[in-house]
Design a protein around this ligand. Structure first.
Ligand SMILES: Cc1ncc(COP(=O)(O)O)c(C=O)c1O
Length: 388
């Protein structure tokens, strides 16, 4: 049966094997002694993510913590590195955790948070819209590479250059892009970025997130949480914080080794499959969804908010319907098609290229068409879980 559009239908066998091996042969045998070998895994795993998916050379990515923690750390560091500048810019359609963290940061540091409003209908921030608000009072600009709701893909080089041109720093949230669209952080002048590993990264629920800091600015940035892993001589255990002048200076504390092994397994697969091949399948799969939407769903009251140009979207497509919430519940309860309902009237459907076939995409849309056409979704009941 079709299910789990944004995640594989089951954890990969390689991941299960890697965790079993870790539990029995490493932690199981060596216990605390294993830290001699595990201590730098946030860095080596970060290098793998950088190589496989971000276009980032070694020593610039760490696989640690959550996207939210990493986002706070890097945004805080960015505004501290631009003293005297008062403006922080994001867009109103950005992911909630980013907006909430920025609100708190700006309240704490007495900065002005400026929102860009969507004028495209696709939640797409154009270079013109950014140029209108960026000036020499801007400390930080932050956007998502791919919008969590509409799926619109921002143009990293162009938007980054606008912020840099005004002397501001840019933090990209690449959670919906990593593992599905090729990115070239080193080439495109990206200074700072964060993202998760549990969407197209296929690394599992709550798997470690990552952060990227361009090597040329690692010295000038100070993150607010001064943890012991960032200390230059960590095991000297001395008094006074003396930050490591490398990507290690951005690590707070002990990484989850089990979580990192899931990330290593999944990103090794991405590296082997290659990002261009994965992105090609995402482009074909999302085009299939758009064609099926136009032919089957538009006549039933649906509309599309995702860009139709494959160069401007990633691996998901979002459709609107006045009864989106009920339809989304009905998809799970009656059709075994797992999408995401997103406020106020959106249903998000993804192809995870390493795990989802084109036939599954076709069959999922076929079931969706039938659900809406027959009106069966109206019988869907509210779930007891809050995650829909
Ligand atoms: C764009 C984006 N940013 C941040 C997050 C939050 O991630 P985390 O729970 O790892 O902090 C998510 C979660 O889905 C997301 O989609």
């Amino acid at each position: 049966m079709l299910s789990g559009w944004q995640l594989p239908r089951s954890a990969s066998r390689a991941t299960v094997d890697a965790i079993n091996r870790y539990l029995s042969a490493e932690w199981g045998n060596r216990l605390v002694d294993g830290w001699n070998d595990w201590i730098d895994e946030a860095q080596s795993t970060g290098d793998l993510i950088g190589r496989a998916a971000l276009g980032a050379g070694p020593g610039q990515v760490l696989a640690v913590d959550t996207t939210s923690v990493n986002f706070y750390q890097l945004c805080h560091a960015a505004v501290r590195a631009r003293p005297g500048r008062r403006k922080v810019i994001t867009d109103r359609a950005n992911f909630p955790t980013d907006r909430y963290i920025l609100e708190g940061l700006c309240d704490d540091l007495d900065l002005d948070l400026v929102y860009i409003d969507d004028e495209t209908g696709e939640e797409f921030v154009t270079p013109e819209a950014l140029r209108e608000v960026v000036d020499n009072d801007t400390a930080l600009v932050t956007l998502s590479v791919i919008q969590y709701r509409s799926g619109a893909l921002h143009r990293i080089p162009e938007l980054t250059a606008i912020a840099r041109g005004a002397g501001a720093l840019f933090v990209w949230d690449a959670s919906h892009a990593v593992g599905v669209v090729p990115m070239a952080f080193d080439r495109d002048g990206v200074d700072l970025a964060v993202g998760c590993t549990y969407k197209y990264g296929n690394s599992g629920a709550g798997s470690p997130a990552w952060l990227y800091v361009r090597s040329s600015i690692q010295d000038e940035l100070e993150v607010p949480i001064q943890g012991w892993f960032a200390q230059r001589d960590q095991f000297a255990m001395g008094h006074g914080f003396d930050r490591a002048r490398s990507i290690r200076g951005f690590q707070i504390a002990s990484p989850s080794i089990i979580g990192l092994r899931c990330v290593q397994t999944a990103f090794s697969m991405i590296e082997r499959a290659t990002l261009p091949a994965i992105a090609h399948k995402a482009a074909v799969g999302t085009q299939l969804m758009i064609d099926l939407h136009d032919e089957w769903l538009a006549p039933l009251g649906c509309s599309l908010i995702t860009p139709r140009d494959a160069h401007h979207r990633g691996g998901h497509v979002t459709i609107r319907h006045a009864e989106a919430r009920k339809i989304s519940l009905g998809m799970r309860q009656f059709a075994n098609v797992i999408g995401d309902y997103r406020q106020p009237d959106c249903i998000r459907l993804a192809i995870s290229p390493l795990a989802t076939s084109y036939v599954e995409v076709w069959e999922g849309f076929n079931r969706l068409r039938e659900l809406i056409a027959t009106g069966k979704y109206a019988d869907a009941t509210e779930p007891t879980s809050r995650v829909t």
